[in-house]
Design a protein around this ligand. Structure first.
Ligand code: AQP
Length: 326
């Protein structure tokens, strides 16, 4: 990280599957835009991802691909840190110490634990329960001022603030208490059930567009997207499918919802869907082109993640040592 800015932002993404346009428009695209103004510390959170069982070889490969894809999306390792969480051992060490400053009842209240333990009832492991402590340690190690959060992570950030304040109160000022950085990114919904968010681990492949999907796949998935019987491109109630496609079109073209309604006045869903798919294909083409170059250069990828991990270790060790001393 060459230039030191006044404020630091921390954010992470889990390599739980292939990165989707939900992750891209909701998080990664904003990360890219934050780089000129903040010290940006980004992490590929592989330790978080293993709360759900993974095939080891496939997981390793997916993590490497996800890393390369983040580089292809223009996360710039000259300006920002982009490291793989398991390569920086301070995270687990701080997580243990801070788990001793976190109440059982606080973790039991986390709605994400309740959701995930019911959707993975065959494997309700302790990691699933204590995951928020690892997450708050990720943030506190870098003394992040801001953390971009969506609705689903607000509770975890509140816990981060509570634990930081508790530690500071008990042992003296140590941690920066982070503020939420309200995300500008859109919430992208599943193409098959637009009341749910688009997720990279959704078992239905047609529910999501992955950043590396071929033009043909993108066209087919958008064409099959659930809509409503109205055939009127208008944003509104009970039109979750069309609202979602309008949001995707708005994210790819920069057009407002009003402009989109005007553009498609009197035009049916078939033609609208083709236009959305074409815009998306065009938008993703440069990322796909970058990715196909980067993924061939394993040496470059390795240098990027090694350098970032080294620097992340240096920064986070300072915090960890202070905590140990206290
Ligand atoms: N559908 C979405 N729309 C907007 N933003 C989204 N994000 C995820 N899905 C959408 C944002 O992507 C960032 C990284 O997410 P994550 O990998 O840490 O976990 P997640 O939010 O649980 O993402 P997924 O794709 O749904 O993963 P799985 O399927 O493993 O649970 C976050 O900033 C998130 O808000």
């Amino acid at each position: 990280m060459k230039q030191r800015k006044e404020k630091t932002i921390f954010s992470a993404i889990q390599p739980t599957g292939n990165i989707t346009i939900g992750n891209y428009f909701g998080a990664i695209k904003n990360w890219v835009q934050l780089q000129p103004d903040f010290n940006c510390i980004f992490s590929l959170a592989d330790l978080h991802a293993i709360t759900v069982r993974k095939d080891p070889e496939e997981f390793k490969q997916k993590a490497l691909e996800a890393y390369a894809l983040l580089l292809a999306c223009e996360i710039n390792v000259e300006k920002s840190l982009l490291f793989i969480q398991s390569q920086v051992n301070t995270h687990c060490q701080l997580a243990w110490m801070l788990s001793c400053c976190t109440e059982f009842g606080e973790l039991a209240r986390m709605t994400q634990f309740k959701d995930k333990s019911s959707s993975h009832s065959d494997n309700v492991n302790c990691g699933l329960f204590s995951y928020p402590v690892l997450m708050l340690s990720d943030i506190l190690l870098y003394r992040a001022d801001f953390v971009p959060v969506g609705q689903d992570q607000k509770q975890h950030l509140e816990l981060t603030r509570t634990v930081a304040e508790r530690f500071n109160f008990l042992y003296g000022p140590t941690f920066t208490v982070p503020e939420p950085y309200i995300k500008r990114g859109a919430k992208i919904k599943s193409l098959r059930d637009p009341t749910k968010k688009m997720s990279k681990s959704d078992p239905d492949l047609n529910s999501r567009i992955e950043l590396l999907d071929s033009p043909d796949k993108i066209m087919k998935k958008i064409k099959r997207a659930v809509t409503d019987p109205e055939n009127h491109v208008k944003y509104g109630e009970n039109k979750d499918g069309i609202n979602n496609l309008m949001t995707i079109y708005s994210c790819t073209t920069g057009k407002t919802l009003d402009e989109i309604e005007k553009e498609f006045d009197g035009i049916g869903y078939g033609e609208f869907k083709t236009t959305v798919a074409e815009a998306l294909i065009e938008h993703l083409a440069p990322i796909q082109k970058n990715y196909s170059k980067i993924i061939k250069d394993k040496g470059y990828i390795k240098n990027c993640y090694k350098d970032s991990a080294e620097e992340a270790l240096n920064i986070s060790n300072e915090t960890l040592n202070e905590v140990k001393k206290k």
